[in-house]
Ligand binder design. Sequence first.
Ligand SMILES: O=C[C@H](O)[C@H](O)[C@H](O)COP(=O)(O)O
Length: 230
Amino acid sequence: MTQDEAKRLVAKRAVEFVEDGMAVGLGTGSTSRMFIEELGAKVKASGIKIRCVASSDASKALGESLGLEVVSLAELPELDVYIDGADEVARDADGSLALIKGGGGALLREKIVASSAKKFIVVVDSSKVVAKLGKFPLPIEVIKMALPLVEGKLTELGLNPKQRKAKDGSVYLTDENNYILDCSVGVIENPEETAAEVRGIVGVVEHGLFLGMAAMALVAGDDGVTEMQG
Ligand SMILES: O=C[C@H](O)[C@H](O)[C@H](O)COP(=O)(O)O
């Protein structure tokens, strides 16, 4: 099974968790894109009524183009379920799910939407499941003015920050108009400690460690879709 086939498979499974009347958080990235497509198809075919909040401008535009009602978090502050991809999924020492997110730059809004949902379900292909987080660079969203300060502090912590560039070589900007520093951390032995260190730096808006937030991960591979409970 290719990675794209696995993403499609898990996206199809994830829509089963959406029921009539629900308030649904839409994630960001290629797996979320497939989920939003499947959700749009389900709503069209079944006529169920749902309302959505998106974690990025791109997901909002996609959802609306497929006929989904996408409103702001102010209009719909409590969500039943949030479904989104991840860059890495691991089990933390306490058995909960630990994620790295933000490869698509949407970590800040994603964490806000995830925090507004009763249930956060992660959708990934099996290549994303790792024993320990850290091979994927940890994205950190930074206020523009604070870039030199934060870069220096992250370097002192040995986190090897590198400013993200867009595909055309220009400086990458998030939907909230901030910069991203991608940190080649190596194996993250203690994600809580790393999260606290990064959070303590003035000018850091958010980091891509999502610890104990996901209730479940749906993981697609050659054996179909399996569930990892958080
Ligand atoms: O900012 C982007 C998100 O955290 C994505 O959910 C994450 O990068 C996974 O994306 P993909 O499904 O494209 O691998």
